[in-house]
Design a binder for this molecule. Structure first.
Ligand code: PLP
Length: 430
């Protein structure tokens, strides 16, 4: 039986929360409830420290920082890749820490998308994030292919959620060269059955890429075991590495040359073999592994916070993080059912734990002014068109009591129609 959600239950859950101690490691906005961990995670003291250490190193040693100290900037990306690899179930040399998610997607597409005589098309899902669609369309155009004809959208199925069986069927199209799916759908919070989709793609000879922006850092992944070809994600969401933090990518080693080199589709001087980099040669010697997908000088200041940001995650462990994430989202789902459904709110996220990611989508026809009214009262959710308020509690710094209090404020805003004063406020862009 589901225990009746209440503030008392929330407090009991907090008292028994083995991850509760991590909250003190974060800068929590004063007098507020921050539920936007899937857009921009909060700053941890660890991440602040690792950023300031780089600033100090720059201050004290100038260019020396590239080669000196425990973590020279020259190999900082590789050092971080080795720590991010276990979070996504990959070997260290299959990971690059570089660029942004969108740039990495362009790099991966430039490297692995090779349209052949009959196999030219790319499959995506009906709910794909705009950057994924735009990037794919531009690569089709660059290869002289008509995006309207060559970008295939898998039928959405009858429910609001994506149907893996429909996607499986679409993957049998013999004209497909590649497919790209999200791990967690950004609007609905649906977690796709990634092992199943990777298996189906491989059985059909289709290269499969994953946009894992909404799942890395909040649940375990097994990219090598699933047999994905490539993946990309950012570090500013659940990984708390800061606005514009340098992103991550994965390239399965089956795309390496037998000697381990990777010939980057978009090459720069950081795509060459590290040993020959400073020879400034006219000849191009590809770098080793996924690290060759870096392009130019790493954005060290945007990478530095990741060093510290990883620490609480490594200490907590992804299994415990996922367990608490499921408990938090379940608490929200039960709370909305019990307290908010009579006011026109609906859950827009799958109810089965294995089918949902770290956030809950709460649907209401007045979601937009309501999310603004929440902000005015110190609760930070976000809004996605047309009718979704996303509550994204971070297992590392949010409490069950915060989730309860945020739901009660939402209830009050709806019951008193306090949201009406925000009806003509311009749309949120977060
Ligand atoms: C699902 C998804 N994919 C891709 C991106 C794009 O990432 P970036 O803007 O860091 O390149 C985002 C950004 O929020 C996202 O949510």
């Amino acid at each position: 039986m589901i225990p009746k959600p209440s503030r008392q239950l929330a407090q009991e859950l907090d008292a028994n929360d083995s991850l509760g101690k991590f909250r003190a490691r974060f800068h929590i906005p004063r007098d507020g409830i921050y539920l936007d961990g899937n857009s921009l995670g909060l700053l941890s003291r660890d991440a602040e420290r690792s950023l300031l250490e780089v600033v100090e190193k720059w201050k004290a040693g100038g260019i020396g920082g590239w080669l000196e100290g425990d973590t020279p900037w020259f190999t900082l990306a590789e050092a971080l890749a080795a720590r991010v690899a276990p979070l996504v179930g990959a070997a260290a040399d299959e990971i690059a820490i570089a660029n942004s998610m969108t740039i990495n997607l362009h790099q991966l597409l430039a490297t692995v998308y090779q349209p052949r005589a009959r196999r030219t098309k790319v499959l995506i899902d009906a709910h794909s994030f705009p950057t994924d669609r735009y990037a794919l369309r531009s690569h089709l155009r660059l290869r002289g292919l008509d995006p309207d004809e060559h970008l295939v959208i898998a039928p959405a199925g009858e429910s609001r959620f994506l149907d893996e069986a429909e996607i499986e069927k679409a993957l049998t199209n013999p004209e497909l060269q590649m497919a790209l799916f999200p791990s967690v759908v950004y609007t609905t919070g649906q977690l796709l059955d990634l092992p199943r989709l990777c298996r189906a793609a491989r059985e059909n000879g289709v290269i499969i890429g994953l946009d894992m922006s909404h799942s890395v850092g909040v649940m375990p992944h097994a990219l090598d075991e699933w047999g994905a070809d490539f993946a990309g994600w950012g570090h500013y969401k659940w990984l708390n590495a800061g606005p514009g933090a340098v992103a991550g990518l994965y390239l399965n080693r089956r795309h390496f040359a037998p000697n381990g080199m990777v010939d980057a589709g978009l090459a720069g001087w950081w795509s060459v073999h590290k040993e020959s980099m400073f020879e400034m040669s006219d000849e191009f010697f590809p770098g080793m592994g996924a690290s060759a997908l870096q392009i130019g000088t790493p954005a060290v200041l945007s990478m530095a916070p990741l060093d510290g940001a990883l620490r609480p995650i490594e200490e907590a462990g992804l299994a415990r993080i996922r367990e608490k994430s499921i408990a938090l989202t379940e608490f929200i789902i039960n709370g909305v059912d019990a307290e908010l459904s009579e006011l026109g709110f609906q859950i827009g996220t799958p109810r089965e734990a294995r089918r949902r990611g770290g956030h809950v989508s709460i649907r209401h026809e007045n979601a937009q002014p309501m999310s603004l009214a929440l902000r005015a009262r110190g609760v930070i959710p976000d809004f996605r068109r047309p009718d979704v308020i996303r509550f994204a509690p971070s297992p590392l710094y949010n409490t069950f009591t915060e989730c309860w209090d945020a739901m009660q404020l939402l209830r009050e805003i709806a019951a008193t129609q306090a949201y009406e004063e925000f009806e003509s406020t311009p749309a949120l862009v977060t």
